[in-house]
Design a protein around this ligand. Sequence first.
Ligand code: IMP
Length: 424
Amino acid sequence: MAVDLLLGLQWGDEGKGKIVDVLTKDYDIIARFQGGPNAGHTLEFDGIKHVLHTIPSGIFHDNAMNVIGNGVVIDPVIFKRELDNLKKFEGLDYKSKLIISRKAHLILPTHRLLDAASEASKGKAKIGSTLKGIGPTYMDKTGRNGIRVGDLELADWKERYTTLRDKHLTMIDYYDAKIEFDLAELETEFFAAITVLKSLTFIDSEEYLYQAQKSGKTILAEGAQGSLLDIDFGTYPYVTSSNTTAAGACTGLGVAPNQIGEVFGIFKAYTTRVGSGPFPTELFDEDGETMGRVGNEFGATTGRPRRCGWLDLVALKYAVRVNGVTQLMMMKGDVLSGFKSLKICTAYKYKGQEIDHLPYNIEPENVEVVYTEMAGWSEDLTGMTEASQLPKELNDYIDYLEKELETPIKIVSVGPDRTQTIHR
Ligand code: IMP
């Protein structure tokens, strides 16, 4: 059986949590392959909203095993909080449904402090990091200093922890920006959380997934963040520190490229971004304000308001190509109800020339946006359940995007609940 992928195609927050939740019934295994608690995957069912940060979105389904892959970075403290939240679900035995790669790296309290010191010292050039320690942890991974989940099974792991912590403390001193912290308190919380983490099952996830595939199990790899935040292909340096694109699933799970099946690409009917960095179609007017308000565009992890703007087809085409997307899913169609007309960015004027691909640098001084305009619709979509009910103008919008992206849009989401999902 092939491994299917589910990826965000914009700057994150496309609604991956909801779609994994909708698709999970078709899969035996849901696997997270990159990122960490900077992600906030929101799921809504039975009128209640649930936010997951590290745990795969299949955890609420009886049929699915959930794997945290080697490419993920885990903060034991946040992870413990997530597990505590799951305890309120009667009958949800997470210990039997959640397994963790020994090769996943740990976020230490001092990684978080380093993130804060680094951001504070950047002033106006700050990335807008979620301050969860993601960048410093991946730096230690590639610098070959990191501590992995499997290390917790070794007798000397605490010594290694102390060595790395002390190095971090020296590095924190290096920054001009001084940050306040109580290390003893942070460590008490950290070691308590490590005990909880150690009560779960650690696996060699690449071997587990290989055997699962061989025995015919269906696997869905769940991405975090979005393609435009990819460390290589995103709007560097305003990106996260992992490969959020399809290739990241291969390295983050140990799945061979020729084993990838469907690549589901998720995008919002408009665009949002949290944190700093270029955003060519960003709106600073009433339309942007309406998208933010109606779409409830606040970060699931940080609560920060998201920047909003029109759909950027140039960026979306780029993401479809880099990932090899085979099926698209359009989220939050309902948020655009009531706009008289809708704009879609079809090209950039880059250094005086019109181009339809994403150039090296999309800072505002280099890029002017070229828009096409389409008629909007006024119908409330949130109660619709069939494709035949969708207004003509929305169908025109979808048809246009499918043609331009050369990829079918298979799902149109018309609200946050599981049930508000239209299959086409
Ligand atoms: P970091 O990954 O916390 O270092 O943040 C780097 C950039 O990625 C910042 O602009 C964040 O706002 C953004 N980012 C990280 N995780 C997410 C996410 O899950 N959704 C949207 N943006 C994210």
